[in-house]
Design a protein around this ligand. Structure first.
Ligand code: ADP
Ligand code: MG
Length: 612
């Protein structure tokens, strides 16, 4: 079989996505291979397809039990024999699976890294032909990545044990240079093919809001999208509890997830979300790695996360199926402080690091937090900002983010900027943003009085400008280099050559500011947009058909005890509605309908389609 035939037969897709074909070819030619593809880009197929074409077994190293379980269920549904070996199995099940593996019953075996060097596994592995070892979420091997797992280092030792060295492949969505280099060095990849695909996710709409009442904005959104699944990320467990409980009281179908819950409850809640029993998941960042649920229509960040890597990975869990989805970040000033606090406190790995190393890691984390904060204040295209962050060039207009969709006007901020700079200078460059803004605004709080900032010549000179606007301008000035922020725990404002220049220059300093619009106008537009999202995918008459197909899918999922999206994704159902296949051949043309799935369910879906 060719790789195209495997793609069609098992997975039901006709075309490869960006990067998949060259990565698969490289692996099949026997070369070590490293693929960097954004979340939901389709990394799994890059190792699963070669695994089906190689003579021996492919071992997939994966960090999470839930991730393995999900993938193995999906593979078995697609007619591929696969299994996983991790601590969720009883001893009996584990030895049974090992025995099956030795007898050649599986093409793909998922293994937890902790298992690799156990006697039983080493013994079994040395008795079978292993064609490939594939390391998923490979950034876990790097202490510079976000999810460092020391047990990932066992992979190299394990490979050294094998009688013949298999092909080694690695995949991740995190692309910073440092992590990339670590993966290659620590996994000892031999002259690897390295492929980084574009990071853009066109179907995601990005927005940043600075709401007065985050809860209200969240609740309104969730209620307006009652039929859709979404994730709400909060920075702390406490907030997760609060938000989940309030939504629950308002009658929303909601569940929650954070590290403070018992294993059992975590799994139960995760399943409720994955199996479409609960529509909304409120969670900390502990939730999500390896969540392949394809129909998440929105991800709301109730707080600003700690860096762009985390943000893009979490937000990227929306719209895996390629349908339009929204990623909304709700910014609040307190978020910066909370993240600072996490940076200063956290670091479990700290014990194993030199003090110098600890300091370097913290500094780089503060820098990443700063870039995250800038994201919340830029008025330029948000997509461009993210892509640039990952080192990719992008046009300055995407037409699908809150900045591109907002009408801005250029406002002259020269005078305000000069006063802010003047205040920094006359207070001897000793204070941070909050103090300076409070001073020029004329606040009377205790801190101002203690530092005698009420005696500063600029005190109260900008009393008529709202605080939020002053902060916005301050952020703009630091973003553009008119003021500098030190990289300390409490960043201090410093003058730059540009600030001195601004004080004397002739031409005005302009800043893009969102036009104030009538509330009703904005609301109307919002309604219109929402209608468009559904209409774009389906005609009205077909919506009924879609509901019919969806009901059948739920019924099958229940009977088979698998998540509905593993039977067929929303995208596949939508294609059935538009293409209206009438025969087996036509049905197999639908993206996502492979042979195994057709055999299992095809006729029942055809029945619904024909009856319509
Ligand atoms: P990643 O591991 O990169 O985050 P996955 O491998 O989980 O992403 O794939 C995300 C989704 O994309 C899955 O639902 C998968 O079935 C789908 N997918 C992958 N490759 C293709 C393809 N060539 N055509 C259509 N859908 C695909
Ligand atoms: Mg994956």
């Amino acid at each position: 079989m060719t790789k195209e035939e495997v793609l069609k037969k098992y997975f039901g897709y006709s075309e490869f996505r960006e990067g998949q074909a060259p990565l698969i070819d490289s692996i099949l030619s026997g070369k070590d291979t490293f693929g960097i593809i954004p979340t939901s880009g389709g990394k799994s197929l890059c190792y699963q397809i070669p695994a089906l074409l190689f003579p021996g077994i492919t071992l997939v190293i994966s960090p999470l039990i839930s991730l393995m379980r999900d993938q193995v269920i999906a593979l078995n549904e697609a007619g591929v024999h696969a299994a996983y070996l991790n601590s969720s199995l009883t001893q009996g099940q584990y030895y049974k699976a090992l025995e099956n593996m030795k007898q050649g019953q599986y093409k793909i075996v998922y293994v937890a890294p902790e298992r690799l060097l156990t006697d039983s596994f080493l013994q079994a592995a040395s008795q079978v032909e292993i064609s490939m070892v594939s390391v998923d979420e490979a950034h876990c091997i790097s202490q510079w990545g976000q999810d460092f797992r020391p047990s990932y280092l066992k992979v190299i030792e394990f490979i050294a044990y094998l009688p013949t060295r298999p092909v080694v492949s690695a995949f991740t969505a995190t692309a910073t240079k440092q992590v990339r280099e670590d993966v290659i060095a620590l996994l000892r990849l031999k002259d690897p093919t390295i492929l980084i695909t574009g990071f853009d996710r066109e179907n995601l709409k990005f927005s940043v809001l600075h709401p007065k009442d985050r809860y209200q904005v969240t609740a309104d959104y969730v209620k307006e999208h009652r039929e859709e699944c979404g994730i709400i990320y909060c920075l702390t467990r406490k907030l997760v509890e609060e938000v989940a409980e309030k939504l629950q009281q308002e009658g929303i179908s909601v569940t929650r997830y954070h590290a403070g819950l018992s294993d059992g409850e975590r799994r139960q809640n995760q399943d409720a979300f994955i199996y479409d029993q609960k529509q909304v998941m409120v969670a900390t960042n502990a939730f999500g790695m390896g969540i392949d649920k394809s129909n998440v229509r929105y991800v709301i960040h109730y707080n600003m996360p700690k860096n762009i890597e985390s943000y893009y990975q979490e937000a990227g869990r929306a719209g895996r199926d390629g349908l339009n989805s929204e990623c909304i970040l709700l910014y609040g000033g307190q978020d910066v402080v909370t993240n600072q606090f996490f940076i200063d406190r956290q670091q479990e790995a700290e014990a194993e690091m030199e003090p110098q190393q600890v300091a370097a890691v913290k500094e780089s984390e503060r820098e990443r937090l700063r870039k995250m904060t800038f994201y919340c204040f830029t008025n330029d295209c948000l997509r461009e900002y993210i892509l640039n962050y990952f080192g990719e060039k992008a046009p300055n207009y995407c037409g699908n983010c809150s900045n591109c969709l907002t009408q801005f006007e250029d406002v002259d901020i020269t005078e305000i900027a000069r006063k802010l700079i003047g205040c920094v200078e006359t207070s001897h460059q000793r204070y941070g943003i909050v103090m300076i803004v409070d001073t020029v605004h004329g606040s009377t709080n205790a801190k101002i009085q203690r530092c005698r900032m009420d005696e500063n010549p600029y005190y109260g000179t900008l009393g008529e400008v709202p605080i939020h606007r002053l902060r916005q301008i301050m952020n703009y000035l630091t973003l553009k280099g008119y003021l500098l922020l030190t990289n300390d725990e409490y960043p201090i404002l410093k003058l730059s050559p540009q600030s001195r220049q601004l004080v004397s220059q002739e031409e005005p300093l302009m800043m893009k500011v969102a036009k104030e619009r009538e509330k009703t106008e904005a609301k109307k537009e919002k309604k219109g947009r929402k209608a468009k999202i559904t209409a774009a995918s389906l005609e009205e008459a077909d919506e009924e058909l879609f509901e019919g197909l969806r009901a059948l899918r739920t019924e099958i999922a229940k009977a088979e005890k698998v998540p509905p999206y593993i039977v067929f994704s929303d995208k596949t159902l939508i294609q059935m509605c538009t293409l209206k296949p009438k025969t087996r051949e036509e049905m197999l043309e639908v993206s996502g309908v492979g042979e195994a799935k057709y055999q299992k369910y095809g006729d029942r879906f055809l029945e619904v389609l024909l009856g319509f």
